[in-house]
Design a protein around this ligand. Structure first.
Ligand SMILES: [Zn+2]
Length: 64
């Protein structure tokens, strides 16, 4: 998930909503934004997905 904002000169910024890092700034096209976003490897997101997977495994273990 990313938060995109537009600058007064028409360029874009995008910020990751998991780690609040500015992934790209002063990007000219939305295609470029998408490319920057797809290249962002987010430590916070990886951690939250890992925790979600762990919780799911534990919940399943309790059921069996
Ligand atoms: Zn991130």
């Amino acid at each position: 998930m990313y938060s995109r904002t537009q600058n007064e000169n028409g360029t874009y910024n995008t910020r990751c909503l998991y780690c609040f890092l500015t992934v790209a700034s002063a990007v000219e096209t939305k295609e470029d934004l998408e490319q920057h976003e797809s290249q962002h490897v987010c430590p916070e997101r990886a951690l939250s997905e890992l925790l979600a997977a762990k919780t799911a495994i534990e919940a399943q273990a309790k059921r069996n």
